[in-house]
Structure formats: C-alpha cells, structure tokens
Design a protein around this ligand. Structure first.
Ligand code: GDP
Length: 525
C-alpha cells in the first residue's frame, strides 16, 4: 500500500508511561505489547479470556520478536496504528533523561496503584507533562486486589495533581469481588466472570444505564452500587470534553488490572481514539514545523551509553518531527553545521534491532554516535537550518565531589568528565574559588554510571564524596559578591560559568533570602 506521508503521520501515537515504582508500568507495557503485536499475530489472545499469560509465553515472544521490555523505545502495531511507547525509568535513578523523554512524546499514560494512590514520583513526572500541556491518560491499576475506594482515588488525583478527572469506566467491586467494569464510555459492562453470565464478556446497557435482560450479576449489590456511583458521577462529576483532554486539562481515567490483563484492551481502544497524533514543533526562530512537512527534522532528547566496555559506542535517540527518514540520507546537525550520512548507523531500539527502513514524525530512531551529538541537537535535511526550542533543564538535587584517584591520570579524568557531562544526564559545577569538581544529578544512579564509565571508558578511577542533597539556585552575576559564599551556601560556577549557590537546605535558603532581600535567585525546573 502506498501511504502518503500524511497517512503515515496520522497512524502514529507516541507516548510515555509514567508511574511510581511498582505501580505496574512494566506489567502494563508487556500487556500493551502483547495486545499490540506478538500475541495477536500468534492468535492466542482470544482463547485466554483472563488475558493472563505465563511468563514463558512472554519470554518466547520476546525471543522471537526481539522485543525487550527493558528497552527504552518499544514499537507496536495496533488496530492500524503504529504505537511508540517510550519508557521512563522510575525508581530513584530518576534522571534528566526521564524528564527529557517526556519532551519527545505526544501524550502520557499515568499508572496508579489503586492501593496507594498518588505517589511522589508520579507527581514529579506528572508536573513535567502538565508543563508541556500534553494529554494525560490515567490507568488505575491492581483492581484485582483490595485497594482504596475509587471515589477517594479520583478525589485525590484531582486534588493533588490539580487536574480534572473523567472516569471512562468504573470498577464493580475490587479484589476477589471484582465483578467487572461499568464501561461508561462504551456503554456496556465488561465482566470478569463471563461464565456466570451466559459466557458474555460484555453486556450492553440500556438508556437507564442498566444491563438489559436477566443476568446473575444484576442481583449483586456490587452491581447496584456501581450503577448508583455512576449516576452520581454523571450528575456531579466533570463533563467529558475531547478538547479538555487534548489540552491536558482533563484526564480520562480507566480502571483495570495489568496483571490479569483485565481492562487493558478497553483502555487501549479508547486511548487510540483520543491520544493525539504527532504534533507540530516550534523552532528557536519561532517557526512552526508541521509533522507532514516534507523535509526531515528531528531532535536528540537522550544519549545512552552502551554499558558494555567492549563497545564504546553511544546511541543518540532522535524524535522525528517532520519528513521521512530513509537509510543513507544526509542530514545536518545544526549546532556544528556538520553534515552526516545516516547510513548503516540507524536502528530502532525495540523491534529486533533491525535497520530502520522508514520513519516519520512521532517515530524514534537510534543513531550510533561517535561523539557528533549532544542532547538538544536538531538535525535537518533541507537547505534551511533548523533549531528546535531548547529542551528544559532540571535542577539537580544530589551532589558529589569528584576527584581523580591517580594524579598521574589527570588528563583522562578531565577529558572523561567533560565528555560525559556533555551527554546531559549529569551536571558539572566547580567551586568558585578552588575549582573543585562537583557533580549534580537528579538521582543517585547517575553518579554510579558516571563513575563506572570514567573507569571503563577513560581509564580514570575517581573518588566520589557524597555531599547529600542541596538546593541549587542561580544568581545574576551583577548581584554576586563572592563573600556571600559560606559552608551553608556554597558558591560554584556551572558548566557555562554562571554563578550558582548550593544551599544546604530550605532553612539556609530562607536565611540567605532574608539577608539579601534584593538578590533574585532562580531555580531551573
Ligand atoms: P513497575 O515498577 O511500575 O514497572 O511495576 P511492575 O510492573 O514491575 O509491577 C510491580 C509489582 O506489582 C509486580 O510484582 C507485579 O506483578 C505487580 N502488579 C502489576 N500489576 C498488577 C495488577 O494489576 N495486580 C496485581 N495484583 N499486581 C500487579
């Protein structure tokens, strides 16, 4: 089939899954991959109503298709769509990578544990999505367990995250008593125990919002309660608005169980209905580049090192914003003006690591990088230079002093530090007076990776001294008096030589602000 560029772009849905660790991000990702490709092709989904797959099934598919659920970008075909799922590592290894990944997607799926509600990492990631104004879809997970009351969860979501919520479906019971989903959006009831109800998976609802006909489930008080709850939601809840979803002001909420697969396909079907196609991107010159514009443009949002010391290569992840990628094509890197050929260097990170044949707006491609790229770089094909707006920077929260163990190896130490810092996952500061190196990161893991790579890639063994968490605040150079520095607010310079204070804690920051009321301090995001 000869698809036009516009058709191809329309079929793309690129999103990230965000959650607090253990909420079920990996499990739901597996399910989406299963629904999306592998299992469907093998024709096994139908026979397994519970949607529960043995681990070995999954591993076999992983082998066959070469999909790794641990890869950073996964691609599945579903219902005529090409879905690109970007992983955002949760855990305390929270990095700028994670945040920047959110710059490369058009929507986000937020997974919440029904027993726990909104947790800290969810809140942090949510804030970044909100800042971008992208649509956020909520999946309240683990309904096969006894969790918190759905009404409470919705109220908490709205209150803590300051977003309106619209339940697309409503659980009928929970845990062992989960009878199914009252599916408001599809006007039906989806059953967990179809065998008790004439072997139907779905029962349609009549105009009174009740199941028509004589089914066992109708006698249950759980069912009656759900009908009442939904009535209340309809009267007192938010109104459904596609525009509000698109603007990221209203989150559609889905209940389900990633582990048993219950409600996942219902979610996925609605998701592809409402998730946006690849959006236009704005350049620094304030021009808008439409995804269907003919010439290739894209930006690098992440650089990942190969942790295998035998391979020194790195992969630069490009979000394509317009045009069509073809192997062997030439592009320019705007920052350096360098022309490079995207020949045998390109691969998708998921899907069997094959050569990419074609990729359009919304797609992510991985380029082998031998030092040409930096995070935030724009690549373009046309005659006219393009630079997309700068990616946001995030204020590091954890700091480490770093010194070379072997003074004879100063040179490789400095080279390694400079190069690794360029990748953007870690920030470098120097103390204002003594020029000691201090590293700043959003998460602890970044330091460990840094230390490992310095040793294995640059043969530089380092001493790392934790300084704990600090609050970094930048000061305008004209306001600066170097005597303002103290042990509680250490004066440093950042990589661009801008002065920055590292405050010991909130108290130290407030003390400083009281003492110098006319000095303006700024944080990054
Ligand atoms: P992640 O850290 O967010 O990727 O979470 P995982 O997907 O690894 O899930 C964390 C734990 O929760 C695992 O033990 C899963 O088996 C379990 N889990 C995930 N989804 C569900 C669910 O729907 N129900 C139940 N009962 N457990 C789940």
């Amino acid at each position: 089939m000869n698809q036009t560029l516009a058709d191809k772009v329309k079929s793309r849905k690129t999103f990230a899954i965000i959650s607090h660790p253990d909420a079920g991000k990996t499990t739901i990702t597996e399910q989406l991959l299963l629904f999306g490709g592998a299992i469907r092709q093998a024709g096994t989904v139908k026979g397994k109503k519970s949607g529960k797959f043995a681990k070995s099934d999954w591993m076999e598919i992983e082998k066959q298709r070469g999909i790794s659920v641990t890869s950073s970008v996964m691609q599945v075909d579903y219902d005529g769509y090409q879905i690109n799922i970007l992983d955002t590592p949760g855990h305390e290894d929270f990095s700028e990578d994670t945040y920047r990944t959110l710059m490369a997607v058009d929507s986000a799926v937020m997974v919440i544990d029904s027993g726990k509600g909104i947790e800290p990492q969810t809140k942090k990631l949510f804030k970044v999505c909100r800042m971008r104004g992208i649509p956020i879809f909520t999946f309240i997970n683990k309904m096969d367990r006894d969790g918190r009351e759905p009404m409470d969860l919705i109220a908490e979501l709205e209150e803590v995250l300051e977003i309106d919520a619209y339940p697309m479906n409503w659980p009928m019971g929970m845990g062992k008593n989960l009878l199914g989903l009252y599916d408001i959006y599809n006007n039906r009831v989806e059953l967990t125990h179809p065998e008790d109800n004439g072997d139907n998976d779905f029962l349609p609802l009549n105009e009174n919002g009740e199941i028509e006909g004589d089914y066992a489930i109708k006698k249950s008080t759980i069912y009656t309660q759900a009908v009442e709850d939904v009535q209340l939601l309809k009267e007192a809840g938010n109104t459904f608005s596609e525009d509000a979803i698109a603007a990221g002001e209203l989150t559609p909420v889905f209940f389900g169980s990633a582990l048993t697969g219950f409600g996942v396909q219902t979610f996925l079907d609605a998701f592809v209905d409402f998730a946006p196609n690849p959006s236009a991107h704005v350049t620094e010159a304030d021009e808008t580049i439409e995804p269907t514009s003919e010439e290739l443009t894209g930006f690098i949002f992440k650089i990942q090192a190969n942790m295998n010391p035998a391979h020194r290569d790195r992969i630069a992840f490009v979000r394509i914003c317009s045009g069509e990628f073809k192997p062997g094509m030439d592009v320019f890197i705007n920052r350096t003006g360098k022309k490079i050929k995207l020949a045998h260097t390109t691969q998708f990170m998921a899907d069997s690591r094959e050569q990419v044949e074609t990729a359009v707006a919304g797609d992510i491609i991985g380029l082998y990088d031998t030092g040409n790229f930096q995070i935030g770089d724009t690549i373009y094909e046309g005659k006219k230079a393009v630079q997309f707006e700068a990616l946001p920077q995030f204020t590091p929260e954890l700091f480490m002093k770093v010194t070379p163990k072997n003074v004879m190896k100063q040179k490789s130490f400095h080279k390694g530090v400079q190069q690794l810092v360029q990748e953007g996952a870690i920030q470098l500061y120097k103390t204002y007076h003594t020029e000691d190196y201090i590293l700043g990161a959003v998460g602890q893991l970044q330091f460990e990776v840094f230390q490992y790579r310095l040793l294995h890639e640059y043969n530089a063994e380092v001493e790392m001294t934790p300084m704990g968490s600090k609050i970094a605040r930048w000061i305008e150079p004209e306001d600066l008096d170097p005597n303002m520095s103290s042990s509680r607010n250490l004066l440093c310079r950042d990589r661009f030589d801008n002065p920055v204070f590292l405050f010991e804690n909130q108290f130290a920051l407030r003390w400083f602000e009281d003492k110098y009321p006319n000095v303006k301090l700024t944080a990054l995001l």
